[in-house]
Design a protein around this ligand. Structure first.
Ligand code: HEC
Ligand code: HEC
Ligand code: HEC
Ligand code: HEC
Ligand code: HEC
Length: 386
């Protein structure tokens, strides 16, 4: 695992600029508050030749240089496997997606897959990223990939090529095109925080997920509560996704593969389309129309304002909902009738300690046992089934 250096990498004979000491001090005083776009000295993160005194400048000492002249790859900065969900690098704070600390950030923790954290290693606890966790021993292609152009048969993104960013990943531009590169290049220095309702570039998309809208909690949800959390974007009712059939919205647009309406659930559907789309020529989806009875659990659908759903009124981190307009701040209330069930109501994005990457242990969701698990998991919305 690539580890970060201390400033000792700067040999004693070298002048370490006073400004850097001051900014480090400020960052210690301010730690816990994430900053927006990158602010630190270049050499914290970049190396021009990957060579100083004829030794490698990469954080793990490897001879191989990285894209954009960074001193580590995505894992070297974001998956250090340490004990904390964030790591300071000069003035900047790097969110960690693989660590053994008590608190996970919103995306979860790839360490559950490897057993670094949690009840034991298991591939079904999350998205296996080959280089980081090893490939998934059971799943090859994404379950629910739409049966078209090989989306379900290994023609596209599979466990043997799934990665952080770019064409076979989730962050940044996916599929290079004229006028933009593949992956996150350009995103870090232009990172926009808070309310993201444009999503025209990775930098102004939710967590660099090209085309996804939302509101970013400034500490990546390190200390979440009903009033302090990320906000996700959703639709009142799901639409037909596809590759260009009549009435179908395509996931291929200007800027590569992305959710056509900018919702988090459509983002997941770019790989797991069958689990989200309304019935189309190539998918039976959640059903022909956006009303009960469904054939798969709906997403991008408003909670009904009547019946058991009407009782979900205080935001629960057990089952987050999405909003139909991108909020400018986190909200602590839930409004059935307009707030929306989404993929991340039940799943996390990277990995969790539970099978199928769920937020909770599905085996504890037992109907009619006098509320033993009331207000958790499924029961946050299905309030009368406990
Ligand atoms: C805290 C880490 C960090 C610091 C400090 C930093 N960078 Fe970067 N920079 C990155 C990362 C990560 C990338 C690659 C991914 C990306 O482009 O978003 C990058 C990409 C770049 C790129 C290519 C993409 C673009 O936006 O143009 C340039 C040029 C660049 N950095 C220049 C600089 C310069 C010059 C400095 C110092 C004034 C600096 N960086 C300081 C992390 C850093
Ligand atoms: C040299 C260290 C470095 C490297 C390499 C690096 N990052 Fe980052 N990354 C940072 C820092 C620092 C931040 C926090 C500052 C910010 O939000 O721009 C960050 C933030 C992020 C965020 C959160 C953005 C947000 O909206 O809050 C994402 C997502 C991300 N990086 C993805 C990646 C991916 C994917 C790669 C590999 C292609 C990568 N990073 C490589 C240092 C790095
Ligand atoms: C770039 C394509 C891609 C995107 C986007 C994507 N997935 Fe996946 N997903 C995969 C692949 C490939 C697998 C199978 C390999 C694996 O499980 O590691 C998978 C597996 C899964 C699994 C099963 C995990 C297991 O091992 O049992 C779940 C649950 C899942 N995805 C949910 C989601 C959710 C929720 C989102 C949106 C936040 C999402 N996926 C976005 C490609 C993707
Ligand atoms: C964030 C809220 C939310 C959570 C959490 C949730 N559901 Fe649902 N569920 C809904 C909504 C909304 C509907 C559709 C209601 C409607 O329009 O009839 C639904 C419908 C259903 C249906 C009926 C489908 C039909 O054909 O009418 C079942 C069964 C169901 N959910 C089971 C579950 C189970 C099991 C869990 C936990 C694994 C769960 N739900 C978690 C919101 C949720
Ligand atoms: C209501 C809760 C709920 C919602 C919402 C939900 N899932 Fe799931 N998901 C589950 C459960 C529970 C399982 C375990 C398998 C099952 O019960 O069908 C699962 C399993 C999966 C799997 C693994 C399937 C396999 O073959 O191993 C994938 C992939 C997946 N979900 C993706 C998604 C995507 C993408 C979305 C949004 C479009 C989504 N889920 C929305 C509860 C949910």
């Amino acid at each position: 695992m690539a580890q970060l250096p201390s400033t000792q990498h700067w040999k004693s004979g070298q002048l370490y600029p006073a400004a850097a000491y001051i900014t480090c001090l400020i960052s210690i005083l301010c730690s816990g508050t994430a900053l927006g776009a990158i602010q630190g000295v270049c050499y914290d993160c970049h190396t021009m030749h990957n060579s100083q005194d004829n030794a490698a400048m990469t954080f793990d000492g490897s001879a191989a240089p990285n894209n954009n002249l960074t001193r580590g790859n995505c894992y070297g900065c974001h998956a250090q496997g340490g004990t904390s969900p964030t790591v300071n690098l000069g003035t900047d704070i790097m969110p960690q997606v693989m660590h053994s600390g008590a608190t996970d950030l919103a995306g979860g923790n790839f360490g559950y897959i490897t057993g670094l954290k949690g009840s034991g290693a298991a591939d079904n606890k999350g998205h296996n990223i080959g280089d980081l966790t090893g490939t998934d021993g059971v799943l090859y292609g994404p379950p629910g990939g739409i049966r078209q152009f090989g989306h379900d048969t290994g023609g596209n993104v599979n466990t043997d090529n799934l990665t952080c960013a770019g064409t076979n990943g989730c962050h940044g531009y996916r599929l290079p095109g004229s006028g933009y590169p593949d992956g996150v290049t350009g995103a870090h220095h232009n990172n926009v925080d808070g309310q993201l309702d444009q999503a025209n570039t990775p930098a102004e998309s939710y967590r660099f997920l090209m085309g996804v809208k939302g509101f970013e909690s400034s500490d990546w949800q390190e200390n979440p509560s009903a009033a302090s959390h990320n906000e996700y974007f959703g639709l009142l009712a799901p639409v037909q996704l596809g590759c260009g059939g009549a009435a179908e919205l395509s996931c291929h647009g200007t800027g590569g593969v992305q959710p056509p309406d900018g919702t988090m659930s459509q983002f997941c559907a770019t790989c797991h389309g069958n689990f989200h789309t309304l019935q189309s020529a190539t998918s039976d989806g959640v059903g022909a129309v956006a009303s009960s009875p469904f054939i798969r659990h709906p997403t991008d659908l408003a909670l009904p304002s009547s019946g058991e759903y009407a009782a979900y009124t205080v935001y629960s981190l057990q089952a987050p909902i999405a909003r139909i307009t991108v909020p400018a701040a986190a909200g602590s209330s839930v409004t059935p009738g307009s707030d929306v069930v989404m993929c991340l109501s039940c799943h996390v994005a990277h990995a969790s300690d539970y099978p199928s990457m769920l937020r909770w242990d599905y085996s504890t969701m037992i109907a009619g046992n006098a509320g033993a698990a009331a207000a958790t998991g499924c029961f946050v919305c299905h309030t009368t089934k406990d």
